[in-house]
Design a protein around this ligand. Sequence first.
Ligand code: ZN
Length: 171
Amino acid sequence: MIFPPDNVKYLVKKMVLTLGGDPAMCQSYRKTCACGQSVSEIFFGKMVLGERCVAEVYCPKCSQGIDRDPESRIWDNGWILELNMDVVRTQAHLMGTSPEEVNAGWVFDEGFATWVGMTPDDFQTREVERSEIQKLAKTDLRAYIGAMRDWGLNREKRFVHEGWRKAIGRR
Ligand SMILES: [Zn+2]
């Protein structure tokens, strides 16, 4: 393993700080919902926001009775992504907007804080579905290839049909 010289490390750190990010942040982040029964995976596009901007995630079981509050919460098929707007506002200029104008829906739709896949738990359901199809590969390779192709197309259609925010936005 080659270690970068100290001046490179310094420059990278400086770049990250200049961009307004947290040096320890990563591009995606798994967060357990308020009731602890589900896990979501959140993606931070363009390296502006980090996990400090996520206040809470609610799954369809724990989102009952939560206020709409479009200022800080994104509703998506019963799930809620709640942002810490105090943190988000400090980064507004880096996202090309202003602290007065920025709201959670915009941040989500622009991809600064959004689901990793099409849905909050896409990273889990994708693996379960894929491993089902992969069983076919052992017995019928041609059917397997067809099934994989159909799976991708049908998933897209299913997400649109179910009304997921990212799937609808992409049409
Ligand atoms: Zn929950």
